[in-house]
Design a protein around this ligand. Structure first.
Ligand code: SF4
Length: 373
């Protein structure tokens, strides 16, 4: 087997070929990494993200443009809310961190907010690491890092991530802060949106842990993050502590899997390329050569969702009905198989899914018969 450095270079070259000549790699951000973790079984997404393919451009070239992403209005509203939360040296933000996560510490009066400006993402990452080290060494004080930059190795190349804020507590521990513009009504928010925010925050926790591991002793990175949202229908900030241990573990596993995109790349036909400049039929063949695991959740997480949903529907795949239904149906993977099993024309009668379908079909027949009498 070639040495790791040679393998890394060969993989980078292969991934560049998959993007197409002269096509720059699209950087992965925390939102993309979090979405990857939400569908860990999808090889298609893993290879496209690993190779830095622009999935928005790819979806348009395939004729199924993505409706995924935030509107300009939502972005502007989100930025205005974040500015309000961080106003006055982050006084309100730090008050919320103290109240929700560290009520026994000294109240955060006169916290330090270091300047993190530097040239390029690498420079900002180094500046952030230095600020974290200095803040941790200054025991007994609160520090707010506004838009720090963190790096996470993904499939051999660094992904640069920018959390809304990181707070260093007086005991030297670090907390990730996520600021979102969706409302928290009576103390709770839309679970799907909280779940997405938790997955995103878990990516930042992992990246922070890499920074902490380089310090001696390594400061603890808290696994309860602070989610800040507008209170009810106002523009006033409120916050909730969110435990991201599960999301962190899933993302960690998924990142380890991403480093095996080499295997997915090796299984692709020679000459496979995802450049949006290619004719649609070649592009379609390239995309379809990678197995996908479509689920309705893709609609809110992946730019290729409309394309993959269309192909799943054409194939009559039961995945379009959702993961819980898919799991119940066991070996029956198409709607045609399910109907044939229910009619007693196919399927193993000892299979619990087949037996349940036949029973349901029999009950339905009896009910219809009773109605017609
Ligand atoms: S939309 Fe397609 S490529 Fe994206 S995660 Fe779902 S199945 Fe995978």
């Amino acid at each position: 087997m070639p040495p790791p450095r040679t393998r890394g270079t060969a993989l980078r070259r292969r991934l560049a070929e998959l993007r197409g000549p002269g096509v720059p790699a699209k950087a992965l951000d925390a939102r993309a990494l979090a979405a990857l973790a939400a569908n860990p079984g999808c090889s298609r997404r893993a290879i496209l993200d690993g190779a830095g393919v622009n999935k928005t451009a790819l979806a348009s070239a395939l004729g199924s443009p993505s409706a995924f992403g935030q509107s300009q209005f939502a972005l502007t509203r989100g930025n205005a809310f974040e500015a309000k939360v961080k106003a006055d040296g982050g006084t309100e933000l730090l008050r919320l961190v103290h109240e929700r996560l560290d009520p026994h510490a000294e109240p955060p009066a006169g916290a330090s907010v270091p300047d993190l400006t530097a040239v390029g993402p690498e420079g900002r990452t180094a500046r952030t690491a230095l600020a974290l080290r200095e803040a941790t060494a200054a025991a007994g004080t609160w520090t707010l890092l506004d838009h720090p930059m963190l790096a996470l190795d993904v499939a051999g190349s660094p992904a640069f991530l920018e959390p809304d804020a990181v707070v260093v507590h007086p005991d030297g521990s670090w907390t990730v802060v996520e600021i979102k513009s969706f409302p928290m009504l009576d103390g709770s928010a839309d679970p799907a949106k909280v779940g997405a925010a938790a997955r995103q925050a878990a990516v930042y926790v992992l990246a922070l842990e890499r920074v902490a591991a380089r310090l001696d002793p390594a400061p603890p990175v808290r696994h309860r993050v602070l989610l800040v949202c507008p209170k009810d229908f106002s523009n006033l900030p409120t916050a909730s502590a969110v435990d991201v241990r599960k999301q962190r573990a899933v993302t960690h596993r998924q990142l380890a899997r991403l480093t095996r995109i080499e295997d997915i790349a090796d299984a692709l036909p020679e000459g496979t390329c995802f450049s949006p400049e290619l004719p649609a039929d070649r592009l379609l063949a390239a995309v379809e050569s990678v197995p996908a695991t479509y689920a309705p959740e893709c609609l809110s997480a992946c730019e290729l969702a409309f394309h993959c949903r269309g192909r799943s529907r054409e194939a009559g795949a039961v995945t379009t009905l959702g993961r819980p239904v898919r799991a119940e149906l066991g070996a029956l993977t198409t709607v045609e198989d399910v109907l044939a099993a229910a009619r007693g024309e196919a399927g193993d009668p000892d299979d619990p899914a087949v037996a349940a379908l036949r029973r349901a079909a029999r009950l339905r027949g009896e009910a219809l018969e009773a109605m017609c009498r």
